[in-house]
Design a protein around this ligand. Sequence first.
Ligand code: SF4
Length: 474
Amino acid sequence: MNLQTERFKEIARENLANEEQRKILSQFSLILKALRDSSFAALPDENAALEKGRKIREDSVKNMPYLLETFEENATKAGANVVWASDARQANDFIVSLAKEKGANLCVKAKSMISEEIGLREELTDGGIETYETDLGEFIVQQAGKTPFHIVGPAINMTIKEISNLFNKTIGVPKTEDPTELAISARMFLRDKFKNAQIGISGANMAVAETGSIILVENEGNIRFATSVPKTHIVLMSIEKVVPTMSDATHMLKLLTRSCTGQRISNYVSVITGPKKAGEIDGPEELYIVILDNGRTKIYSDEVLRGALQCIKCGMCAAVCPVYTHVGGYAYGWVYSGPIGAVLNPLLLGLDRARDLYHATTLCGACKDYCPAGVDVRNIALDLRAKEMDGDKSFNASNPPVGLKRLYRIWTWVLLHHSRYKIASRLMRIIMLPAIKYGKISRLPGRLSGWTQCRDIPQLPPKSFHEIYSELKK
Ligand code: SF4
């Protein structure tokens, strides 16, 4: 996948000028929020359900090492082959060589963000195994050669006309602006692939330690097809997907589908425990579960940052984010977009390569209010900014410029004491004076110019609140 996190500002600027996309994003946000709110309101106690979900995810991540071992034990007992991979290279090499060993030349894939993260489809294709995404949105993205625009709706930004032109070019179907016809075309094209594929690959929405089961959530039936027709099913999951019990999983399921699409439950929920058993008609003969770390153990070892691992990839935070709903998903430059992408991409790629993403966070905290998994993006973004100023090498932050570091030290020193703060604000009033016109500063010089590019800085009032308050008290 073409990594573009370093181009955040540039891509964001381009997307801000895209009126059509801005319209789609604002409708998407309004509709999803309304659907989500009404489905949560149907719960007997919405707040209690959210609290319980957040606790389940917090505890699951905290106890991850033990839960993963239990999961491995129970999945193996159920007949699955469990394989551990420390990084993308190991996971890709294992899956490609397994597919070759099985003599596969065709593979069908269910939507999986972790497979996007490691570029699995491209690796399989390079290894001579024709691979197709089978989720409609992912199929469109694959045909377009793009990255997902949103965690749950990878092609929500594309118009019917664009998709029609694309399908006409790539799968050779007549142009139409009827969405049903377009969906049928993709369906007919993929039906043949499902029937002939030797390998089916899926991710995992959850892995249940208690039973060794994988839970998969979808609306199109493609996951059930991809995991039951091919003889070999490979599950690729990242380590944080594990939850302790089936009861925890079913509770999270309620929150996941409501947050993803505003549905009380998705059209299909598959619980896969081992491969096909004797006497069963459907299902794969072999089940492999690849448990991938890819930098997550390092995140886990930091008590603040580990909160990012609680994410269940519902995508809801994007719909309420003032940044995402303006710049869209491509600006994040990699697999994960929206608030979670703003912290997860830098954690996985290193701060130097993706610092603009968490710099762009407004720290409004709207995402935390809506998050069913208790991820505090604001807190994590602040921690990343602190790590950047410390030049934290464990997350690939280079040493910050000495001048900038000094500036922040002085700033902190001033803000930490009331009398220093008072003197500084009086000084600011005087320093600002020459630049003020009509009660505001509309343009700052040189490197500070970014602050006034889209907004004015209002003149500080002649007296601060504290000064007025002390006068009134007297
Ligand atoms: S951070 Fe929360 S709201 Fe955002 S995708 Fe993850 S679980 Fe969903």
